[in-house]
Design a protein around this ligand. Structure first.
Ligand SMILES: Nc1nc2c(ncn2[C@@H]2O[C@H](COP(=O)(O)OP(=O)(O)OP(=O)(O)O)[C@@H](O)[C@H]2O)c(=O)[nH]1
Ligand SMILES: [Mg+2]
Length: 346
């Protein structure tokens, strides 16, 4: 009893709660087994991860996504036909794949945005993208508000948007600023310097520094955002990522022999650029952020911050008038989501 700490529960005023630590217990209870139960459930159900790539044509978007997931999850453009070449608008294209690794199933959806920034006049070329992102929130909101809710609402919300900055070595271009300013408010943006093998190490460092200055000067918030760090430990980890952003990446779909090992790389006349070698480029940092350390956080931020902001705005707008939200199972109007070309490879 002497060890039992009594404190007030901050979330419920007046309620007293005692805190009993492991060392104070008479014996083993087995609470920790809940972790195995969660693991089992996640393994059975699998999870969804939706990633969007944005950037001018030919910056290596498809190659990078294929490199990230070590498979052909995004089709590389091979000599687009004339029709495609002169496409006047940004057309969204989503492809889903079921990837399984050690029994864990992930439904990966890659949303490609061909045509972004490819026109002579790029005014408002972000609009179809903003529209798509919001439509996925709207879809989710409608599902949530249904009286008979699905046990698991299909999640098509964009969990992460990789924005490709061309390796010019100068600064951010107006189109980069305009896009990230708008999209940064509704989705988690991870900017990358595309085809970084075209810059020297000094050029790369200076370019990165200038981009960070431009992001700060224009009030652009990219992932991971400082205000959403949950504790000091996470802040230290995320500060390290923030100091390094944007990652200078290189993509490839070819393997080469280096010292007897097969490595993913780009073969040039003067040597092989190994994409996963941190001495060569920052692809590994990007992969670790998106998949190995922050995948769940990206999903949480999407749900708790971006979707929540949308939800609050929508419900305030409609003043809880559910019929206005179209809850009589009316399909979405003007939805690019529904119109958007969608292949499934499940
Ligand atoms: N030097 C260099 N070339 C790359 C890199 N990544 C891709 N490429 C090459 O760039 C060309 C275009 O790559 P894609 O991945 O099709 O580019 P994309 O951005 O998907 O192009 P669109 O689908 O037309 O928008 C291909 O020839 C790739 O081999 C890279 O990191 N460095
Ligand atoms: Mg492509």
């Amino acid at each position: 009893e002497a060890h039992t700490r009594k404190e007030l529960c901050p979330s419920v005023p007046g309620l007293q709660m005692s805190c009993i630590r492991g060392t104070d217990l008479f014996g083993y209870i087995g609470i920790e087994a809940v972790l195995d139960q969660m693991r089992c459930k996640t393994m059975k159900a699998g999870f969804e991860f939706n990633i969007m790539v944005v950037g001018q044509s030919g910056l290596g978007k498809s190659t990078l996504v294929n490199t990230l997931f070590k498979s052909k999850v995004s089709r590389k453009s091979c000599a687009p036909d004339y029709e495609e070449k002169i496409s006047k608008t940004v057309k969204l294209h989503s492809v889903s794949h079921l990837i399984e690794e050690k029994g864990v199933k992930m439904k990966l959806t890659v949303i490609d945005t061909p045509g972004f920034g490819d026109q002579i006049n790029n005014d408002n070329c972000w609009e179809p993208i903003v529209k798509y992102v919001n439509e996925q929130y709207e879809k989710y909101l409608r599902e949530e508000l249904h009286i008979n809710r699905k046990r698991r609402i299909p999640d098509t919300r964009v969990h992460c948007c990789i924005y490709f900055i061309p390796a010019t070595g100068h600064r951010l271009r107006p189109i980069d600023v305009e896009f990230m300013k708008r999209l940064g408010k509704i989705v988690s943006i991870v900017p990358v310097i595309a085809k970084a093998d075209t810059l020297t190490i000094e050029e790369r460092q200076e370019f990165k520094e200038r981009i960070r200055q431009d992001l700060a000067a224009n009030g652009i918030h990219v992932y991971p955002q400082r205000e959403y760090d949950e504790d000091p430990e996470e802040r230290i980890l995320n500060n390290r990522i923030r100091e390094n952003i944007p990652f200078a990446v290189v993509g490839t779909d070819k393997e080469h022999q280096v010292n007897g090992n097969k490595v993913l790389g780009r073969k040039t006349k003067w040597g092989i650029i190994e994409v996963e070698n941190v001495a060569h480029c920052e692809f590994a940092n990007l992969r670790d952020l998106l998949i190995r350390s922050h995948l769940q956080d990206l999903k949480d931020v999407t749900h708790n911050i971006h979707y929540e902001t949308y939800r609050v705005r929508r419900l305030n707008e409609s003043n809880l008038n559910f019929s206005e939200l179209g809850l009589s199972a009316v399909p979405l109007e003007n939805g690019t989501a529904d119109k958007c070309e969608s292949d499934s490879h499940l």
